[in-house]
Ligand binder design. Structure first.
Ligand SMILES: Cc1cc2nc3c(=O)[nH]c(=O)nc-3n(C[C@H](O)[C@H](O)[C@H](O)COP(=O)(O)OP(=O)(O)OC[C@H]3O[C@@H](n4cnc5c(N)ncnc54)[C@H](O)[C@@H]3O)c2cc1C
Ligand SMILES: NC(=O)c1ccc[n+]([C@@H]2O[C@H](COP(=O)([O-])OP(=O)(O)OC[C@H]3O[C@@H](n4cnc5c(N)ncnc54)[C@H](O)[C@@H]3O)[C@@H](O)[C@H]2O)c1
Length: 577
């Protein structure tokens, strides 16, 4: 019998990790890629930089992971031109990995006047821009419109007649690919414009405040930095027993290229990636079978929201599912035979079923990419591949001590695998490097799943809040509002949805907010900002919302909460005009 697949992220590189390494190693570009981009020091481009932030961080440059076969060459600070570094160092800050985390840190570092370089071993933009948030949201934009056009009942109730709907697969794929390229370009330009040196090649920490980088077959270059940030991200985690061929059995890396739309696809894992792709595939005509190891679909969500999501996003669609099972063995289609999937009971490991499908998408989480980083040179041992850090993202060594001047942000530390979390951690680290102590409140970081309708959340789920309340001896209350009572949602004929808030009635503290409904991903920020700023319900409920807007769903939510104390400050004080 097959060994049980593990639910936890891999500590050893998965097959996808290995293929990523191969991709790094395969690339052989021109020597020009080895030269640091000599950066223009310009101040007037702040607007462009800010614009690029909205467009999601990104950049371009290609390289290869390198093995140090030749002695490192030394680069002098004079080789670049983005200001002076701290005495005795080439740079104030060197960031390894130009994904969203590295980009956010680099931009903020320049704003703080730090001489900064970013090392990238593949293409600028990392997962989010090239293989994650950006192309997936382009596909989801298409699935959203397809859904609307296919919903005769919905259109009829608005008085709209559409005779037919269809799509051009290659054009949809091009839309996703073009968007990624565009944003990568914008972000690259913004980095160059601000004077961040983009150093191409694989970065390896070689010692205290020392990093080398280079490309296969070329000599490495060594730079010194007062502070180093590791921002090397993650790759898809593929459980043991699953064979990826990239055509019929694949991960999100391949699926985003939309090379074909299978009639029947099994999606292993019903987390963010699984759910978003089920939205895309069913809108484009596929039938989906979920395979989920835990006893319910979407186990990460607040249970009430999960149940509603099942009613809205799963049951009415061409989706069936197996829960409480592992896909213990998956064999790609070959010689006219379909993809075969062997299922075993997640608890007993007894064989349960064998499925034959056209394709399988493996969406079972992501593994940190920390290979080749030289962590052994600073006595750091990873935990299941993740770099151990404290609440300030300072790296912890094998003896439990902080490694001076080394930080790790983003997916590589595993705290919260989200693009904006990576970037926020980077900004927090730069603040510390600059001299301002800064601890990011991870509980106030929102998350969203971009299905139709969307799901969003911030803070604790109801069971988590009740557990905390039990331990700490306080009471928890829950307020709820429905999209059915919202004028704008009804005007759009999109009244399905719920917003729920978990809070402390004794203090008015918001513990968590969960939304399922139209534009939930945009709506969550009023709650997450309130949590980040420590604004209690008795204050935020006096904030005024434009009518008719979806934001009134949250207005109603705050107003319906029963807080035992009055307003904490005089928000109604008259202002002389
Ligand atoms: C399909 C999909 C959809 C997603 N959608 C969303 C979403 O909608 N919203 C959201 O918030 N998050 C989303 N995510 C998650 C998001 O993409 C990640 O959380 C985010 O990219 C992490 O950023 P990072 O900077 O830590 O790492 P990455 O983006 O992975 O970047 C790391 C970079 O480091 C480089 N690198 C690695 N090792 C080295 C080395 N030794 N030397 C030099 N360079 C190196 C890599 O090439 C890479 O460019 C999605 C992920 C996937 C897979
Ligand atoms: N909209 C977004 O913000 C967004 C979108 C996509 C991805 N992401 C990020 O990317 C990361 C990875 O996403 P993901 O969906 O792959 O991971 P996930 O952790 O969200 O979900 C993985 C799911 O797979 C299940 N699973 C694991 N091993 C299994 C096995 N062998 N057989 C059956 N089921 C198994 C787990 O129980 C879980 O439900 C997430 O951490 C997420 O934060 C975010």
């Amino acid at each position: 019998m097959q060994a049980a697949a593990s639910l936890s992220l891999a500590s050893s590189p998965s097959s996808a990790t290995a293929s990523r390494s191969a991709r790094f190693a395969e690339y052989s570009g021109s020597d020009a890629f080895l030269r640091p981009f000599s950066s223009l020091r310009l101040c007037g481009l702040r607007r462009e930089v800010l614009a690029s932030r909205f467009l999601h961080r990104h950049w371009s440059s290609r390289t290869a992971l390198s093995c140090a076969r030749r002695p490192p060459r030394k680069v002098s600070a004079a080789a670049t031109d983005n200001g002076g570094a701290a005495k005795g160092f080439d740079y104030d800050l060197v960031i390894i990995g130009a994904g969203v985390g590295g980009h956010g840190a680099a931009i903020h570092a320049v704003e703080r006047g730090l001489k900064t370089a970013i090392i990238e071993g593949d293409i600028v933009g990392g997962t989010c821009v090239n293989r994650g948030c950006v192309p997936s949201k382009a596909l989801l934009a298409v699935s959203g419109r397809m859904r609307e056009l296919q919903s005769e009942h919905h259109l009829k109730s608005l008085g709209i007649q559409v005779s037919a709907s269809g799509y051009d697969r290659q054009a949809v794929a091009d839309h996703a690919n073009n968007l990624a390229s565009k944003i990568r370009g914008n972000l690259t330009n913004s980095l160059k414009a601000l004077g961040v040196d983009i150093l191409t090649g694989v970065g390896t920490i070689v010692g205290k405040q020392k990093v080398k980088y280079g490309k296969v077959g070329f000599s490495d270059t060594e730079v010194t930095a007062k502070d180093i940030i590791i921002a090397t991200g993650s790759v898809p985690f593929v459980p043991k027993g699953i064979e990826i061929d990239g055509k019929t059995v694949f991960t999100s890396d391949h699926a985003l290229k939309l090379e074909w739309v299978p009639d029947w696809i099994a999606i292993v894992g019903s987390g963010y990636i699984g759910l978003e792709f089920s939205d895309v595939y069913t809108a484009l005509g596929s039938e989906v079978t979920f395979i989920e190891a835990l006893d319910q679909l979407m186990p990460g969500f607040d249970p009430e929201i999960g149940k509603l999501a099942q009613r809205i996003l799963i049951n009415p669609r061409k989706i069936d599912y197996h829960t409480g099972v592992f896909a213990s063995k998956i064999t790609p289609a070959k010689d006219g035979k379909p993809v075969t999937i062997e299922l075993i009971d997640a608890k007993t490991k007894a064989p349960k079923d064998t499925l034959e499908v056209d394709a399988a998408l493996i969406a079972t989480g992501r593994a940190p990419f920390t290979k080749g980083l030289g962590l052994e040179n600073i006595n750091v041992v990873t935990e299941r591949g993740f770099v151990p850090v404290n609440e300030r993202m300072q790296v912890i060594d094998a003896n439990g001590n902080l490694v001076p001047h080394v930080y790790c942000i983003g997916d590589a530390n595993g705290k919260l695998m989200l693009a904006h979390a990576a970037s926020a951690q980077g900004i927090s680290v730069v603040e510390q490097v600059y001299g301002n102590d800064n601890v990011l409140n991870h509980l106030s970081i929102p998350a969203a799943c971009f299905t139709h309708p969307e799901i969003s959340m911030v803070g604790l789920t109801e069971p988590q809040a009740r557990e905390k309340a039990e331990k700490e001896g306080f009471t928890v209350s829950v307020a709820k509002t429905s999209f059915k009572a919202n004028t704008k949602a009804l005007a759009e004929n999109e009244g399905e949805g719920l917003a729920k808030m978990i809070y402390r009635p004794d203090t008015g503290e918001i513990l968590g907010v969960h939304i399922l409904g139209l534009h939930a991903a945009d709506l969550i920020h009023e709650a997450s900002n309130a949590m980040a700023l420590g604004t209690p319900i008795q204050d935020i409920k006096f904030a005024v919302h434009a009518h008719p807007t979806l934001s009134e769903v949250l207005d109603e939510l705050f107003k319906s909460a029963k807080v035992d104390i009055g307003t904490s400050h005089a928000v109604t004080e008259p202002v002389p005009v």
